[in-house]
Design a protein around this ligand. Sequence first.
Ligand SMILES: C[S@@+](CC[C@H](N)C(=O)[O-])C[C@H]1O[C@@H](n2cnc3c(N)ncnc32)[C@H](O)[C@@H]1O
Length: 351
Amino acid sequence: MLNDTILHAERELYLTLLTLAQHHPMAYEWLKQLPTWLNDIKDKANYAHAPAYQASVARLPKLTVNNVQLDSDILTINAPLSDSERKQATALLKQLMPWRKGPFQIGSSQNEGSEQAEPIFIDTEWHSDWKWQRVAPHLGTLKGRRVLDVGGGSGYHGWRMAGAGADTVIIIDPSCLFYHQFMAIRHFVGSADDHDTGGYRTHYIPVPLEALPENSQLFDTVFSMGVLYHRQSPFEHLQQLKGQLVKGGELVLETLVIEGDANTVLVPHDRYAQMNNVYFLPSVAALIGWLEKAGFTEVRCVDVAVTSTDEQRKTEWMNYHSLADFLDVNDSTKTIEGYPAPMRATIIAKK
Ligand SMILES: C[S@@+](CC[C@H](N)C(=O)[O-])C[C@H]1O[C@@H](n2cnc3c(N)ncnc32)[C@H](O)[C@@H]1O
């Protein structure tokens, strides 16, 4: 099914990279690969669900949007919603479950006596707004900056970066589902994140970091949140992040850590909190050492937080097991495998 929202987003992404390439020829390397990247994600042979996800996005109702709040904890699209639009949109958005990163709200508060339906509240597994609250106060300004969000999931934090004034945000993530969740939100956001001169500011490329041209040096700020512990080679990941930054650019790295000194690193033997793709959990001191070894400067830890079962939990929009099911029932400071329960650190560094 021809999908206006996705086609339009793709066109805006091409235009953004073309404009960028005028001053930064490296963007041509991205443009060369973009057709493959965008076709691969539509290919049923790669992603059996891709056609169904596309169809869900294509059938979302067109709403008259009054305004969009990209800088609020609940990313809110204010638009009057009839009962039938609400039912239709809810059913289609639920085809894109599980919704992990958010929250999002679509609709507007009801006026007394109005015919409007209640807003749709996408209550995601994660309170991603809490992570943003922990990270945002420590960032250099995002105003006017070109930003890369590596492993951006549904795009929630990417939208918040645009809401904080970034000139251009490119979210990357290899998940076909999360790409389409972003497109569903993009459908309702429409041109609300446009530059004054026109053109979207927030984009999504469905690829892993390793697929990007190395050493692009295109971004003033690069975020990698919740990705490092999934990588088999953390140093390769750090080098790839560094390669995407301009000289003097800012890295924001958020990952799972454990208590310990500069020599403490946990490599879970099998699963960690039921995840089977977790590799390296360093202490904060070890992580700082890794960043310095990778050539970053001014490395500092700005936040450490134990993840609570209020921050990550099962909801109507993610009805599988969640954190509470992955912790020891008798001791919530441990995972069910007996490792320390999830604790996350945010590190900021300069290239
Ligand atoms: C735990 S989630 C974190 C999402 C979000 N950044 C946050 O902090 O809430 C990890 C994300 O990284 C993505 N991911 C996994 N491997 C990746 C890679 N090699 N490059 C980019 N993203 C990756 C996953 O698809 C997933 O959406």
